[in-house]
Every structure is written in structure tokens, then in C-alpha cells.
Design a protein around this ligand. Sequence first.
Ligand SMILES: Cc1cc2nc3c(=O)[nH]c(=O)nc-3n(C[C@H](O)[C@H](O)[C@H](O)COP(=O)(O)OP(=O)(O)OC[C@H]3O[C@@H](n4cnc5c(N)ncnc54)[C@H](O)[C@@H]3O)c2cc1C
Length: 264
Amino acid sequence: MRVACIGGGPAGLYFAALARRLGVGHEITVYERNAPDDTFGFGVVLSDETLGGIEHADPRIYREMAGEFARWDDIDVHIDGTVTTSGGHGFAAIGRQRLLRILRARCAELGVRILTRTEAPPAAELAAEYDLVVAADGVNSLTRSTYADHFGTTLEQRHNRFMWLGTDLVLDAFNFHVLRTPYGIVQAHGYPYSRERSTFIVEMAESVWEAAGFTDPRTAPGRSDLDSIARCEELFADVLGGHRLLPNNSHWQRFTTVRNRTWR
Ligand SMILES: Cc1cc2nc3c(=O)[nH]c(=O)nc-3n(C[C@H](O)[C@H](O)[C@H](O)COP(=O)(O)OP(=O)(O)OC[C@H]3O[C@@H](n4cnc5c(N)ncnc54)[C@H](O)[C@@H]3O)c2cc1C
């Protein structure tokens, strides 16, 4: 079977590796518009349950990932000068960049063809050439929106504002920091994902975001909202203890819940 995969993020690469393992006769091509090292975001967290599924599906990918994990069991909630620890959660984190490298290497070893810096042709065009077209083109999938009537898509945008940042402060557990500010509650959650870095996500209700005078300056793709990041550094100065917040395409976002009537 000839398979085309639109998008070489975690979903597209993992699908391609597993599909190729199922049938070495499958000829699989992944189209990825970005260069191999252009990735956005910091560490991603995977629960023990998810990792169990990965270990079962491809022990090789699991072993490679396990060699890189930052692991922890505790969640520490810091609020009003107290810390409440909840143990036994079993999570691991890995840098997104590192995860993509592991998946790309596994795909290469299995004989998947990955075309980087290559915009995928539209799905209809690919369908004329391939037996199966997989749309792994992310949360803002153009394939899904092109065929929204067919997929029966509804998008529900949530209200809270958040910004995905990194820091060179290496946290020792999954931490929630809840701050009472003059504008309302602002919280951050962070977790280590390597020996040098942690993920740090700042989040607040929309009313607090407005009261604090944050705006969405719509920075160009790849650019970060440096003014807001400097203000977040001030708000969380006590937590950061002199460490910096690190941007990577970081700007205010809202999570969107995507529901499809059918996924194929
Ligand atoms: C703040 C935040 C924190 C998160 N934390 C976690 C976490 O801890 N754990 C976790 O599991 N998930 C986390 N996620 C979610 C995670 O980012 C997504 O689940 C994951 O990235 C989805 O992978 P994907 O491959 O579906 O999409 P993406 O990672 O978006 O990849 C899609 C790829 O398709 C490419 N592409 C799109 N269109 C085309 C085209 N036409 N031609 C060629 N290439 C194309 C894009 O360049 C991109 O590389 C987080 C997300 C956010 C925003």
C-alpha cells in the first residue's frame, strides 16, 4: 500500500513508524514543511499509562525515549506560602525537539521516506497518487477545515489565556504556582524535561488577562511576545529566583477543543 502522511509532527512520524512495522511492504512518505530542527514548544509530558502504550507498540522507540526522560511522581501545589504535595502520579517528560529526533531516526531505520522543508500537496491531489492519505497536520489542520462538512467538525475555543514558555530553572517535580495578584489569580505550571530546562506555562482567566492589561499583539509566526514575557518574569520573580523565562514562538493562546463526527 502507498501511504502519504501530511505533517511530520509527533502524530505523523509515530503513525508512519508503526504502520511500517505492521507491513514492511507499505511505502510511506511523510511531508513536513519545517526543517528538521525548527520545532516549537518545550518539554512534553507523558503519563505512565501513555508510556505503557508506546512500550507495547514499539519497544525500540520507548527505550530511546526512556534514556532521555525526566521522571517524577510528585505534584507540588504552591499557594499562599504553603506547599501541598500529592504523590504517586508517575509522569515523564522529554523535550519536543528530542522526541521528534527519536521518531525521525526510527522512521529512517524502518525505511519511511521523510520529505522535510516540503509543503504537502493538497489531500485531493495526494489521493490520486496514494492509496491512503493521513492528515497529521496538527490542531489547525488545513485538511480538516477543507473537508469540515464531511468530518462534521466543531471547534470550541476555551476562555483562559496561556503562554507556553521554557525556563533554565530546573524544577524537581511537577509544580503549580498559584499567585494572587491585584488583577486576580495567575498561575503557572512547570515541570523539568532535561537536566537544563523546564517547561513553564503561565495561565489565567480571560478577565484577569484583560485586567492585567495584557493584549495580543499578533506577532509574526515564529516571533514571541517579549513584552508579555518580561511581565510574566516580574510576576513570577520569586518562583524563578533570578532564572529567565525562555521564549520559542511564545504568545498568548487559548486551547481549542476539536470534535469531529468522523475522523476518516
Ligand atoms: C502549551 C502546550 C502544552 C502541551 N503539552 C503537552 C504535553 O505535555 N504532552 C503532550 O503529549 N502534548 C502536549 N501538548 C500537545 C502537543 O503539542 C500535541 O499533542 C502534539 O504536538 C500533536 O502532534 P501532531 O503531530 O498532531 O501535531 P503538530 O505537532 O502540530 O505537528 C503537525 C506538523 O504538520 C506540519 N504540517 C502542517 N501542515 C502541513 C503541510 N501542508 N505540509 C507539510 N507539513 C505540514 C507542521 O509543520 C507540523 O510539524 C501541548 C500543547 C500545548 C499548546
